[in-house]
Write a protein of this length. Structure first.
Length: 366
């Protein structure tokens, strides 16, 4: 396995590890409650779980959520579009998001928007199952329109008992964007990420945070050290429009680790800084950068990987998304060699994820 192959496979598998590790913690509404349930240092291993959200179904050990299943649709869109244009890739991705969304609670009606000439590849079917999808993402997909950076999707509707209206500032673009980072050799990753996020999200903070995430993963693939990847990304996001909130979120992570070090209390505070909703894109980005700054001080080993994923998941915010995105970055930076075998083997869709990734690698466009 060459270095690029190891990093791409590592990115996908490590993201799934973070997702499955963090999922049992998502929805615990305070750090005190998390510690009460899992101990003062939080959760340390994979757990089967009953989700903390109303109506959540029990999940087995190693089951991934919408973070990984939507990422699979993103990668499938790249594979099936081949080396064609950005628009072809985005169109495929949108159609596969619709196929995924049609399997979610409240999403059945979006199946009518899947075009007659769209074929869902067999390797994607294992990822098309109900997994507590974000209601804002579903609302956008239910419009039947593909949003873009210049023309964000608009909606105002009820999803279950909750009114949803744009613009969506959540992290749904960030959690699925990693495969776009693989295209750095022949496509503008930032521009592609902005337009992918805009399929479902319209708020500039969500779009910019998704672009920053894609750039960060891309730089992790290309750089020899996480510190260099962080530095390159920090510089590149200065070119994004309306970027002051994004830069503030990034700076908050740098300040936090410099002043308070690496601990659960600090990542918890980053999620709720300025009374923000910890499930929105900017707090998730801030927590992600904080974890990667911690990782930059550690050797690229399985033990370090476990420690950083634990840090990324043990807080009362979007535990699975932060841990999934951090996992994508760690895998892209450190490669398969740093992934703990016992955690990889827990994943229920490990083989399916590798089949998907091998399909991309056979294209030879990394």
């Amino acid at each position: 396995m060459n270095n690029t192959e190891s990093k791409i496979k590592g990115c996908i598998l490590a993201g799934a590890i973070g997702d499955a590790f963090g999922a049992p913690l998502e929805g615990i509404r305070s750090l005190d409650k998390l510690r009460e349930q899992y101990g003062k240092n939080g959760s340390h291993e994979f757990l089967p779980y009953q989700g903390h959200w109303d109506g959540a179904a029990p999940a087995a050990l190693g089951v991934v959520t919408d973070d990984t299943t939507m990422l699979a649709c993103t990668l499938a869109g790249i594979i099936e579009a081949g080396s064609r244009s950005r628009n072809d890739i985005l169109q495929k991705q949108w159609q596969y998001y619709l196929a995924w969304g049609s399997r979610q609670e409240y999403g059945e009606n979006m199946a009518v928007f899947i075009h007659d000439d769209t074929t869902i590849p067999g390797y994607l079917h294992p990822f098309l199952y109900r997994c507590a999808a974000g209601k804002g993402t579903l609302a956008a997909l239910l419009t039947g329109k593909r949003g873009s950076f210049l023309r964000p999707v608009q909606y105002d509707c009820m999803i279950g008992d909750k009114r949803m209206n744009e613009p969506n500032a959540g992290c749904g673009g960030m959690m699925r964007i990693a495969p776009v980072a693989f295209l750095y050799s022949h496509m503008d990753v930032v521009e592609m990420a902005l337009n992918n996020a805009a399929i479902t999200h319209g708020h500039i903070d969500a779009l910019n945070a998704t672009a920053a995430t894609a750039a960060l993963i891309s730089n992790c693939l290309q750089q020899q050290h996480i510190t260099a990847a962080l530095t390159a990304t920090r510089e590149s996001i200065k070119g994004l429009s309306d970027n002051l909130p994004l830069l503030a979120a990034w700076t908050a992570a740098e300040t936090a680790i410099a002043e308070y070090g690496v601990n659960m209390d600090t990542i918890e505070l980053l999620g709720s800084a300025n009374d923000s909703n910890p499930f929105l894109a900017l707090p998730v980005l801030s927590q992600t950068v904080y974890c990667l700054l911690a990782a930059s001080q550690a050797p690229a080993t399985a033990d370090s990987f476990k420690a950083v994923i634990r840090l990324a998941a043990n807080h009362s915010g979007d535990s699975d998304s932060v841990a999934a995105i951090v996992g994508n970055c760690l895998g892209a930076a450190w490669g398969m060699e740093a992934l703990p075998a016992d955690w990889v083997n827990v994943l229920t869709l490990k083989n399916e994820l590798m089949t998907l990734t091998d399909g991309y690698l056979r294209m030879g466009i990394s």
